[in-house]
Design a protein around this ligand. Structure first.
Ligand code: GLN
Ligand code: ZN
Length: 764
């Protein structure tokens, strides 16, 4: 029999119950016991959904209150000392690492988060010391949750991040120089202990995520697989059988690192179907292949015919006993259930499958190949009908858009003049001081904003009333920026529910959902809109608010747009048209918006591209260069339609550009604001090495945490930056937008930031 397996389930629950419970706990409104009870209830629900769907292999320990890597950091005793000295209880210590802690005399920033793969999910980075030791806690979560499921009558397959991947993700703490992979020998005993405990608790198999195998690995990391898995093999029946799990890429360049004679290997056959043949030929003669054929990253219904063909071809090579049908990755990256989408057009809804529907798909495919297609005939027929309906629907094609795309000329990618000419004209108009201060766009999205938006969506207030409310918010934001004495203002984005969804709702070719939330980090969820057809802009999207903001502000006011690559990456993209085509359509729509903003008197326009890097194919080479080529072109297409005197900004939520700096430079943006406060200032070295001529605002403080940076801290940071950047190049700004923060901490932090900027202004 061919078994079905799910690699992980979304954690938030049908109504983002986990988010609500954690935030209530953080706000001191509920007790820890209440939070933990909600979490437990969610886990039980999710296991039950999978069991009822007929899934054979159901994961446990895929759940986390904040992040699953963070759980392992804590369970392995890899908590940096600064979090342990104040004797927080384990749950608060966990959250302190995830989001910082500034309460009751304790003041620690969070650990760094990273979008490690090419998804929008942020993992917490293990942060290790030169003299790092590891020690398993007495009640490791993996064991607790396995037992919890067992008590509920569900035998699960626990999920762990594998040791090599855990270390490859890690970094040395500030001031430390350890190469994390050198800590392997110290780490393995902890895994041995944990696996042994899981076995004792009754776990027969464990999913061990070693997805780092999809990267181009440093030799040392690649070489670490062999001793690690030989060690595990030597433990025999003392530990569960291991399913060596990879996803988000292919592993054909790392075949020799696949453990010989391991129980099972999982590969992502949605992303890289072509790797099946090679991997199936490379695994041990008894090893099972877990075939990831149901997309864990997107919302489209699985094409059963194609998926079954793939699984059948694996069966042909290996036999039924050696194949598992699985999701391509954890379903963490998909929304909970399509059943909540009452407003979705039924024609379109018929094309989708979210997590609850995907688990049924996995079970259905496994049944089809085990018992034959007749056993699921109705499901197969319905699926074929949906596939056909989508392929032939009028909603997917717009000839006008295609026509415009065919007419794009080389000159549509270039500004009128070089940067030196542009900046002189911009400076004449904007008249900015040295070390100009600005923010990245959004200001706190207060309860009141959400309330009014809700009322408007429900039709309880009129559009005029809502517009009035937004104008008042903008007035207030301008006044606050006057008081703070910032140099380039933002309107604060009060009208935006989300930086991509907002645009999706204003573009043709998109559809959007009411409940399709996906976890981004911690309690933060996003609701990506869905690209279903060719994209165009029926009307200006942001001009009304920006124009108003300019009219009430004495200082330059930035217009704020989300770039084409980010719109694409943070949407669920089509899977029937290449992403470059979708990006180009978005770029044309945004180009019109940029030009309209300029016409409306907006002299500074920021086009955010925080998702540019996460779209990078995980391995270097041809595929990566092709991506960068179309991504840069899309950005340029969207921004270069303006006069020299209009200043184009762009923003990135990271500063690790080493691998693709040529593309960042090629964007030709006048000013780049980037995340930097949690990264090493050394990363700014790339700007020096390439004699980057344009302006840069490396973030001077972290915005993911409510913690307020002191003026001195910010000064120190700026001092460090000045080792790399020229004073006339440097802008002073936070790491990112401030929408997730409260006003109190926002103001206090910005006061310190402006004071720090003024200090250097006086000095230079
Ligand atoms: N302008 C956006 C904001 O400030 C940028 C957000 C982002 O980069 N993620 O919210
Ligand atoms: Zn950002």
């Amino acid at each position: 029999m061919v078994q079905s397996a799910v690699l992980g389930f979304p954690r938030q629950g049908k109504l983002r119950d986990l988010k609500k419970a954690t935030e209530a706990y953080w706000a001191g409104k509920t007790s820890q016991a209440e939070l933990l009870a909600t979490a437990k209830e969610l886990r039980l629900n999710h296991w039950k959904i999978q069991k009822d769907a007929g899934v054979d292999i159901i994961p446990s320990n895929d759940f986390a209150l904040y992040d699953h890597v963070l759980t392992q950091i804590q369970d392995f005793g890899a908590v940096p000392e600064r979090y342990t000295t104040s004797n927080l209880d384990p749950v608060d210590e966990y959250f302190a690492m995830g989001r910082g802690h500034q309460k009751g005399g304790v003041d620690v920033p969070s650990l760094e988060m990273v979008k490690w793969f090419d998804s929008n999910y942020h993992y917490v980075k293990p942060t290790l010391q030169d003299n790092q030791t590891f020690k398993l806690v007495s009640n490791p979560k993996a064991v607790v949750e396995f037992k919890e499921a067992k008590e509920a009558g569900i035998n699960t397959r626990p999920v762990l991040v594998g040791p090599v991947t855990f270390l490859h993700l890690a970094k040395a703490d500030r001031g430390q120089s350890v190469n994390p992979i050198d800590l392997l020998e110290k780490l393995l005993p902890v895994y041995e202990q944990l696996l042994t405990q899981l076995k004792e608790a009754g776990a027969e198999t464990v999913q061990i995520d070693e997805a780092s195998l999809v990267f181009d690995l440093p030799a040392k990391v690649k070489a670490a697989y062999k001793p690690t898995y030989e060690k595990f093999a030597s433990l025999g029946d003392k530990i569960p059988k291991l399913v060596f799990t990879t996803y988000f890429g292919d592993i054909v360049h790392n075949l020799e690192a696949i453990p010989k004679d391991i129980y099972a290997v999982h590969i992502d056959l949605v992303r890289n179907p072509e790797q099946l043949e090679t991997v199936a030929g490379a695994i041990g003669s008894k090893t099972i292949l877990s075939a990831g054929v149901v997309d864990g990253r997107n919302i489209w219904k699985t094409n059963f015919k194609r998926a079954i063909e793939t699984v059948e071809s694996a069966i042909q090579k290996l036999g039924k006993e050696r194949v598992i049908v699985a999701t391509s990755s954890s379903l963490l990256h998909t929304p909970h259930t399509l059943a909540s989408e009452e407003k979705l057009d039924p024609e379109i809804a018929d094309w989708f499958a979210f997590a609850c529907e995907k688990v049924v798909e996995v079970a259905t495919i496994a049944k089809a190949v085990t018992e034959g297609p007749a056993s699921v005939r109705e499901a197969l027929e319905a699926n074929a009908k949906s596939m056909n309906a989508r392929a032939t629907s009028k909603r997917t094609n717009n000839p006008q858009v295609k026509d415009r795309q065919s007419k794009i000329a080389e000159s549509d990618y270039n500004r009128k003049s070089e940067f030196s000419t542009r900046i002189a004209q911009q400076q004449k108009k904007l008249n900015l001081p040295l070390f100009p201060t600005t923010t990245i766009g959004s200001f706190p999205q207060t309860k009141e904003i959400r309330l009014q938006r809700n009322k408007f969506t429900k039709g309880e207030i009129t559009e005029a009333q809502y517009d009035k409310f937004i104008e008042q918010e903008i007035d207030m934001n301008v006044k606050i920026q006057d008081e703070l004495d910032l140099d380039v203002y933002v309107h604060g984005e009060p009208e935006r529910n989300d930086m991509v969804q907002y645009f999706g709702e204003r573009l043709d070719g998109y559809t959007f959902t009411t409940h399709a939330w996906v976890q981004s980090y911690g309690s933060r969820c996003v609701r990506p809109p869905i690209i279903v057809g060719d994209i165009s802009r029926p009307a200006p999207m942001t001009v009304k608010e920006s124009k108003y903001a300019v009219s009430v502000s004495k200082k330059p006011m930035k217009g704020m747009l989300t770039g084409p690559v980010t719109c694409l990456r943070w949407s669920f993209p089509r899977d029937d048209v290449h992403q470059s085509v979708q990006a180009e359509q978005l770029a044309l729509a945004l180009r019109d918006e940029v030009v309209d903003l300029e016409k409306a008197g907006v002299d500074v326009i920021q086009v955010d591209e925080p998702a540019l890097r996460e779209g990078l194919p995980l391995r270097s080479g041809k595929e990566r260069e092709a991506y960068l080529d179309w991504a840069v072109k899309a950005f340029r297409l969207s921004t270069v339609g303006v006069e020299d005197s209009t200043q184009i900004h762009s923003h990135f939520c990271y500063s690790e550009f080493q691998d693709f700096f040529h593309a960042i430079a090629a964007l030709d943006a006048d000013v780049l604001s980037i995340e930097n406060s949690k990264s090493d200032a050394k990363l700014l070295g790339v700007f020096v090495d390439s004699a980057y001529p344009r302006h840069i605002g490396p973030g001077v403080y972290d915005i993911h945490s409510p913690r307020i940076p002191s003026e001195q801290e910010i000064k120190d940071r700026i001092e460090e930056m000045l080792q790399y950047l020229k004073p006339e190049q440097l802008w002073i700004d936070p790491d990112c937008g401030l929408k997730t923060r409260q006003w109190k901490e926002t103001k206090e932090a910005l006061v310190n930031m402006v004071n720090a900027a003024k200090f250097f202004r006086a000095k230079y």
